[in-house]
Design a protein around this ligand. Structure first.
Ligand SMILES: [Zn+2]
Length: 135
Protein backbone atom coordinates (compact mmCIF):
# COMPACT_ATOMS: atom_id res chain seq x y z
CA UNK A 1 0.00 0.00 0.00
CA UNK A 2 1.20 3.50 -0.78
CA UNK A 3 1.05 6.40 1.64
CA UNK A 4 -1.84 7.96 -0.24
CA UNK A 5 -3.93 4.80 -0.36
CA UNK A 6 -3.52 4.26 3.40
CA UNK A 7 -4.76 7.80 3.97
CA UNK A 8 -7.69 7.23 1.58
CA UNK A 9 -8.53 3.94 3.30
CA UNK A 10 -8.46 5.66 6.69
CA UNK A 11 -10.68 8.48 5.46
CA UNK A 12 -13.13 5.95 3.99
CA UNK A 13 -14.42 5.36 7.54
CA UNK A 14 -15.77 8.92 7.59
CA UNK A 15 -19.35 8.16 6.38
CA UNK A 16 -19.85 5.78 9.31
CA UNK A 17 -19.26 8.54 11.83
CA UNK A 18 -21.81 11.08 13.10
CA UNK A 19 -21.75 14.14 10.87
CA UNK A 20 -20.73 16.56 13.61
CA UNK A 21 -17.48 14.69 14.21
CA UNK A 22 -16.39 14.22 10.63
CA UNK A 23 -14.14 17.34 10.61
CA UNK A 24 -12.59 16.14 13.89
CA UNK A 25 -11.98 12.73 12.35
CA UNK A 26 -10.33 14.25 9.27
CA UNK A 27 -8.14 16.38 11.53
CA UNK A 28 -6.89 13.42 13.58
CA UNK A 29 -6.38 11.18 10.52
CA UNK A 30 -4.22 13.81 8.83
CA UNK A 31 -2.29 14.37 12.07
CA UNK A 32 -1.68 10.63 12.33
CA UNK A 33 -0.58 10.43 8.68
CA UNK A 34 1.99 13.14 9.36
CA UNK A 35 3.56 10.92 12.03
CA UNK A 36 3.14 7.55 10.34
CA UNK A 37 1.80 7.45 6.76
CA UNK A 38 1.17 3.70 7.05
CA UNK A 39 -0.77 3.66 10.33
CA UNK A 40 -4.04 1.98 9.42
CA UNK A 41 -7.49 2.51 10.93
CA UNK A 42 -9.35 -0.76 11.50
CA UNK A 43 -12.51 0.80 12.95
CA UNK A 44 -13.92 4.26 13.59
CA UNK A 45 -17.29 4.75 15.22
CA UNK A 46 -19.43 6.45 17.81
CA UNK A 47 -19.60 4.54 21.08
CA UNK A 48 -21.16 5.75 24.32
CA UNK A 49 -21.32 9.29 22.99
CA UNK A 50 -17.69 9.56 22.01
CA UNK A 51 -15.67 9.02 18.86
CA UNK A 52 -13.55 5.88 18.87
CA UNK A 53 -10.74 5.28 16.45
CA UNK A 54 -9.02 1.92 16.41
CA UNK A 55 -5.67 1.44 14.70
CA UNK A 56 -4.00 -1.78 13.59
CA UNK A 57 -0.51 -0.87 14.76
CA UNK A 58 0.49 2.35 16.37
CA UNK A 59 2.91 3.84 18.83
CA UNK A 60 2.56 6.25 21.72
CA UNK A 61 2.34 9.58 19.81
CA UNK A 62 -0.54 8.21 17.73
CA UNK A 63 -2.25 6.81 20.80
CA UNK A 64 -2.05 10.31 22.31
CA UNK A 65 -3.60 11.85 19.17
CA UNK A 66 -6.48 9.38 19.24
CA UNK A 67 -6.96 9.91 22.96
CA UNK A 68 -7.11 13.67 22.48
CA UNK A 69 -9.58 13.34 19.58
CA UNK A 70 -11.81 11.05 21.63
CA UNK A 71 -11.70 13.55 24.50
CA UNK A 72 -12.54 16.38 22.11
CA UNK A 73 -15.47 14.41 20.65
CA UNK A 74 -17.06 14.54 24.11
CA UNK A 75 -17.21 18.35 23.79
CA UNK A 76 -18.61 18.55 20.22
CA UNK A 77 -22.22 17.88 19.22
CA UNK A 78 -22.15 14.72 17.12
CA UNK A 79 -25.06 16.05 15.06
CA UNK A 80 -23.69 19.44 14.07
CA UNK A 81 -20.19 19.91 15.50
CA UNK A 82 -21.17 22.80 17.80
CA UNK A 83 -20.19 22.77 21.46
CA UNK A 84 -21.94 19.84 23.11
CA UNK A 85 -21.99 17.83 26.30
CA UNK A 86 -22.07 14.11 26.89
CA UNK A 87 -25.74 13.35 27.47
CA UNK A 88 -27.96 10.39 28.00
CA UNK A 89 -31.42 9.33 27.00
CA UNK A 90 -32.10 6.31 29.19
CA UNK A 91 -29.26 3.94 28.35
CA UNK A 92 -28.34 5.72 25.14
CA UNK A 93 -25.39 8.12 25.26
CA UNK A 94 -24.63 10.91 22.82
CA UNK A 95 -22.73 14.18 22.81
CA UNK A 96 -25.20 16.87 21.80
CA UNK A 97 -25.62 20.64 21.79
CA UNK A 98 -28.76 22.32 23.29
CA UNK A 99 -30.36 22.36 19.81
CA UNK A 100 -30.00 18.59 19.41
CA UNK A 101 -30.62 17.55 23.01
CA UNK A 102 -34.35 16.69 22.76
CA UNK A 103 -35.00 13.79 25.11
CA UNK A 104 -31.47 13.92 26.51
CA UNK A 105 -30.16 15.01 29.86
CA UNK A 106 -26.51 15.73 30.65
CA UNK A 107 -24.68 12.58 31.75
CA UNK A 108 -22.77 13.23 34.93
CA UNK A 109 -20.20 10.58 34.13
CA UNK A 110 -19.01 8.84 31.04
CA UNK A 111 -20.22 5.24 31.10
CA UNK A 112 -16.68 4.21 30.27
CA UNK A 113 -13.85 4.15 32.72
CA UNK A 114 -10.84 5.95 31.38
CA UNK A 115 -7.62 4.81 32.92
CA UNK A 116 -5.45 7.44 31.34
CA UNK A 117 -5.62 11.11 32.23
CA UNK A 118 -6.14 13.21 29.13
CA UNK A 119 -4.52 16.63 29.10
CA UNK A 120 -5.40 18.43 25.87
CA UNK A 121 -2.56 20.35 24.31
CA UNK A 122 -3.12 24.07 23.77
CA UNK A 123 -4.67 24.63 20.38
CA UNK A 124 -2.67 27.25 18.49
CA UNK A 125 -4.67 26.90 15.29
CA UNK A 126 -6.85 30.00 15.74
CA UNK A 127 -3.87 32.22 16.47
CA UNK A 128 -2.05 30.93 13.39
CA UNK A 129 -5.06 31.55 11.16
CA UNK A 130 -5.34 35.12 12.40
CA UNK A 131 -1.69 35.70 11.56
CA UNK A 132 -2.18 34.37 8.03
CA UNK A 133 -5.38 36.28 7.36
CA UNK A 134 -5.26 39.71 9.00
CA UNK A 135 -8.55 41.56 8.74
ZN1 LIG B 1 -25.97 20.09 17.58
Amino acid sequence: MTEGSTLDANLSWTPGLPEGWQPLYHEVIHAIAAIDPFAKVVDAKEKFGEMRVYMKEFDEPIFDLIDAATAKSRTLCQMCGEKGVLSRNGGFYATVCPKHSDGFEPAKFSPMRHVRMIIPKPDGEDADQKKEKPE
